[in-house]
Ligand binder design. Structure first.
Ligand SMILES: O=C[C@H](O)[C@H](O)[C@H](O)COP(=O)(O)O
Length: 221
């Protein structure tokens, strides 16, 4: 059973003709974009997508979903993935290094739906290290600041590339493992006060609905 596909396809059924969609990034939103693309073809829907990465832009292109930007249109519905989701619908995102544009797109959407398989549901955020996008020149100062905050920070390395991962914005990612995240809201704000931090992967107070694919069917938060 493909739990990511089930969540992604369910979210695609929420899409209405004429909407502007925020297109999240990752292996779960892959299925959302795929199903939206199929609906565009079969039902002749007129939609616009606002992608959150080159990955989602290329997928949208493959499925003939016309793309635009936030400078042209505002978003009716954004659908995005997550690395962790807590009971208050706070998230950790950025496992795919796309969280900066995702946060801009998700925050500005009238409605934000998160899709994930059941493994992403947690009681408390923090087992997944918090991705922090940094200006390259600020890497060491940001690592020091994160260490002072109690984290174990590491520069994310490429899998099919030697050296650090470079984001779509030309920056590095530092993955910061904290012993505990007691207040996601405070942590999200504090991380962004470190000079050189572009954006961090904690998302608070913006999610309308979560759709989990589970072995027993769909579950909504
Ligand atoms: O940077 C990537 C994004 O935040 C993804 O939405 C997140 O990592 C979840 O990805 P996936 O659906 O592949 O688990």
């Amino acid at each position: 059973m493909n739990l990511k596909l089930n969540a992604g396809y369910a979210a695609a059924e929420l899409v209405k003709d004429g909407q502007v969609l925020g297109l999240g990034t990752g292996s779960t939103t892959h299925y959302f974009i795929e199903k939206v693309g199929q609906r565009v073809k079969e039902e002749e829907l007129e939609l616009f997508g606002i992608p959150t990465s080159y990955q989602s832009f290329l997928l949208a292109k493959k499925w003939n979903i016309p793309c635009t930007t936030l400078n042209e249109y505002s978003i009716d519905l954004a659908v995005d993935g997550a690395d962790e989701v807590d009971p208050q619908k706070n998230l950790v995102k950025g496992g795919g290094a796309a969280h900066t544009l995702e946060k801009i797109v998700d925050y500005s959407a009238k409605e934000l739906v998160i899709i994930a398989d059941e493994s992403k549901e947690v009681e408390k955020l923090g087992a997944f290290p918090v991705p922090v996008e940094v200006i390259k020149e600020a890497t060491q100062p940001v690592i020091s600041a994160l260490t002072d905050m109690g984290a174990e920070p590491v520069i994310r390395m490429g899998v099919q590339k030697d050296g650090p991962v470079i984001t779509d914005n030309g920056n590095f990612i530092i993955d910061a493992k904290f012993p505990t995240i007691d207040s996601p809201v405070d942590m999200e704000i504090e991380l962004n006060t470190i000079p050189g931090v572009v954006e961090n992967g904690i998302f608070t107070e913006m999610v309308d609905k979560v759709i989990f694919g589970t072995k027993n069917g769909l579950k909504e938060l």
